[in-house]
Ligand binder design. Structure first.
Ligand code: NAI
Ligand code: MG
Length: 478
């Protein structure tokens, strides 16, 4: 049975949303010439009007970032830079509730996740990198300790504030200045972060935020005054950026898509595994590049796992993201919902068995019930392409070698999970899997000290940890 809970909505009164926003350039707000709306995907209510950055806006921001690099930021010691980062981290903690509510309104993710995952991890990223700012000589990086200069950063909509933190914190700690573009559906927490930069007294021009769409992103990528590009988003756009940057001197890191294998061996603790499967694919509506979107089950336990998984999925609470009881919120946009529908329709057409949790979906906004497909084969689109929604493709295996072969049979290589009580199984499997992050008997755990990134079409370079610092430092030390 499902327990009945009274609604426990978080108050929206902690956030103040302006009707129109400009860009944040050189420490000041600069009006945009064109605008587009950002909406709450759970209700389709218009939240605000966001400036659509032009090539001229990007140029102004790059000049501000260059000036700040030359005149102030590169002149500061690591210790002084670290002080600003500590200050930003503490302000983020102080304003955590505001950030969490704003993220949930603009993105559609449950307040439980924005409050307990996105915002605390964002602050943790600033604290972690604040600590490195004056210790770069001792970090053991394979680069010099000199910054690139001006860094262009383009981020996606699935973890808006957290992806900003992943990009901005290491860039500033290593002495670079930044021009960042948030994703078009989720600009609001980046604009609140701009206020935090002002509050922290960060020198003007060190962080510049230009809002906009793909054309704004492209203007950043192609601007000759930028020394390094850092991108997180789709593999398709990642390839465009790689082509644009190839004939230049710009340095590049790409964090792209994934199709993570979550492998369950016959000896796994089934109840814990079922929780891990749910967390692996239904966390953040499955809008997670490292989601465990391919469940690879040993045949001996497949029926039991699937039965328990379906029972558990029927208890997932789908609905108002601001309700503290909600597990699964809204799909981020009409476009993303259309993509999920297209791929799930292809799954049915290609012969996989579809099963969705029995839950009522709200009438306004964008929603998709937690869904699994059984009888999936390697040839199916739902086994190969990133769905980026609350949809799990289930495959089975008999021998461990078959599990590894299926897991690695993908153009991606970002994450994987292994469920087994036997340590030797886990060690053997981790050595065979081609994935940047591998979790054992857990999933979707993140820490600023742990490098994150992928093989093959999942991207280039690592973010986080000591490895992530190198990406923001010049050349080889050798
Ligand atoms: P996208 O790659 O188009 O958007 C990501 C960011 O890139 C946004 O800020 C966007 O404005 C910017 N952008 C778009 N075109 C650009 C261009 N030509 N040059 C520079 N910047 C550009 O991703 P989208 O369309 O939002 O999502 C499509 C699919 O991509 C999703 O269904 C999902 O499969 C995947 N995706 C993966 C993410 C990840 O974390 N790896 C994040 C977001 C999407
Ligand atoms: Mg929005």
């Amino acid at each position: 049975m499902n327990f009945e809970y009274a609604a426990a909505p978080e108050s929206r009164s902690v956030v103040k949303i302006d009707p129109v926003y400009g860009h944040f350039i050189n420490g000041k707000w600069v009006s945009g010439s064109a605008h587009f709306n950002t909406i709450n995907p759970a209700t389709e209510e218009v939240l605000s009007s966001i400036a659509l950055g032009s090539a001229a806006d990007v140029d102004t921001a790059v000049k501000a970032a260059r000036n700040a690099f030359d005149k102030s930021w590169s002149k500061l010691s690591g210790r002084e830079r670290g002080k600003y980062l500590f200050r930003i981290a503490r302000i983020m903690q102080e304003r955590a509730r505001e950030f969490a509510v704003l993220e949930t309104l603009d993105n559609g993710k449950p307040i439980r996740e924005s409050r307990d995952v996105d915002v605390p991890l964002s602050a943790a990223h600033f604290f972690y990198h604040a600590g490195w700012a004056d210790k770069l000589e001792y970090a053991g990086v394979d680069t010099t300790t000199a910054p690139h200069g001006v860094v262009g950063q383009i981020i996606p909509w699935n973890f808006p504030l957290l992806m900003l933190a992943w990009k901005v914190a290491p860039a500033l700690a290593t002495g670079n200045t930044v021009v960042l573009k948030p994703a078009e559906t989720t600009s609001l927490t980046a604009l609140l972060f701009a206020q935090v930069c002002q509050q922290a007294g960060l020198p003007d021009g060190v962080v510049n935020i230009v809002t906009g769409d793909g054309s704004t992103g492209s203007a950043i990528v192609n601007h000759p005054g930028i020394d390094k590009i850092a991108f997180t988003g789709s593999t398709e756009v990642g390839k465009l950026i790689a082509r644009a940057v190839a004939p230049t001197n710009k340095s590049l890191t790409l964090e792209l898509g994934g199709k993570g294998a979550n492998i369950v061996f016959g000896d796994a603790a089934i109840d814990e595994t079922v929780e891990g499967i749910v967390n692996g694919i239904f966390f953040n509506q499955g809008h997670v590049c490292c989601a465990g979107s391919r469940l690879i089950l040993q045949e001996s336990v497949a029926d039991e796992v699937l039965e328990k998984l379906k029972r558990r999925m029927d208890k997932i609470r789908v609905g108002d993201p601001l309700d503290k009881n909600t597990d699964l919120g809204a799909i981020n946009s009409a476009e993303q919902l259309a993509k999920i529908r297209e791929l799930t329709a292809a799954g049915e057409a290609e012969g996989a068995g579809r099963w969705s949790a029995n839950c009522a979906l709200p009438t306004n906004g964008f929603w998709f019930a937690p869904t699994i497909f059984t009888g999936v084969t390697q040839a199916h689109r739902i086994a190969r392409e990133e769905i980026f929604g609350p949809v799990l493709s289930v495959l089975t295996f008999r021998t461990p070698a078959e599990a590894i072969e299926k897991a690695n049979n993908t153009p991606f290589g970002l994450s994987a999970g292994i469920w087994s009580e036997k340590g030797s199984n886990i060690l053997w499997a981790t050595q065979q899997l081609r994935a940047g992050v591998i979790w054992a008997n857990t999933f979707n755990k993140f820490d600023p000290a742990s490098p994150f990134g992928g093989y093959k079409e999942s991207g280039w370079g690592r973010e986080g940890g000591r490895h992530g610092l190198s990406a923001y430092l010049k050349g080889s030390a050798k």
